[in-house]
Write a protein that binds this ligand. Sequence first.
Ligand SMILES: Cc1cc2nc3c(=O)[nH]c(=O)nc-3n(C[C@H](O)[C@H](O)[C@H](O)COP(=O)(O)OP(=O)(O)OC[C@H]3O[C@@H](n4cnc5c(N)ncnc54)[C@H](O)[C@@H]3O)c2cc1C
Length: 237
Amino acid sequence: MKRSWGALVLKAMGGRDFRLTVLDSERVSNTLHRLHVDGGGLLTAVDVHPTMWIRLWFDNGGRPHQRAYTLVDPDPTTGRFHLEFALHDGCAARWAGSAAPGDTIHATLQGSAFTLPDPTPSHLYVVGDSSSLPAVNSLLDAVGDLPATIWLEYATDDEKGLTHRTRTGQEVVWVPRLDDGRHLVETVQAALPVAVDGAYHWVACEAGTTRAVARHLRRGLGVPRHQISALGYWNAR
Ligand SMILES: Cc1cc2nc3c(=O)[nH]c(=O)nc-3n(C[C@H](O)[C@H](O)[C@H](O)COP(=O)(O)OP(=O)(O)OC[C@H]3O[C@@H](n4cnc5c(N)ncnc54)[C@H](O)[C@@H]3O)c2cc1C
């Protein structure tokens, strides 16, 4: 596949390229497909951090199509990790659904950065969905027993069966995707009418929904920027 200007720009910004090889491919449910991959040296080249993601380059009719995916359970001793794809009608999701052992794909590492807040927050508030669940789970692994409230938006009942890595004292609230995500925003607004002292907020779902939740936190509640991480994970079209 031809590399695009986007790939050259990422390289100029310090992006590092790797070739991943599919080792195993598993249809977990109607809405989730998991791949086990060899990272082609990625895990020896860099240290991993919670919510770490890479840019994968898909072939879309001969044109490069770049999308972000999260490293699941990276194992530096073997150089392997999993990728979990929420399924919908998209090029990346389609590629994953038909990927077989031996298939390869280019990955660029550029832009992923996250450090756990210091000092440890009093409470973790998370707003996500099936596309950010791999990142949410890595965050939960990293914070251990920290009290947490996690709102997860779902489009189909099947998604409520997805595995989340909560512990005692951490609550998941499943919220149906209604009114183009406004229902999720209103649910969070109703549950968080005032800022909670010392809390950290991590938001990653559909782009417009993410912006609306972040606006509520910043402008509505006055939460300082360093207590919020917000990134749109996909665009409704
Ligand atoms: C930092 C980061 C990490 C991410 N990690 C993951 C991950 O680990 N697993 C994962 O599944 N996704 C993840 N995503 C989201 C993923 O990159 C997007 O869903 C992406 O748009 C999928 O590309 P596509 O080619 O399949 O579809 P696109 O070509 O982008 O879109 C095709 C159609 O599908 C719709 N669509 C796209 N994504 C979704 C979705 N999630 N739900 C419903 N409809 C959708 C679009 O609105 C459009 O109509 C991550 C995104 C970011 C920014």
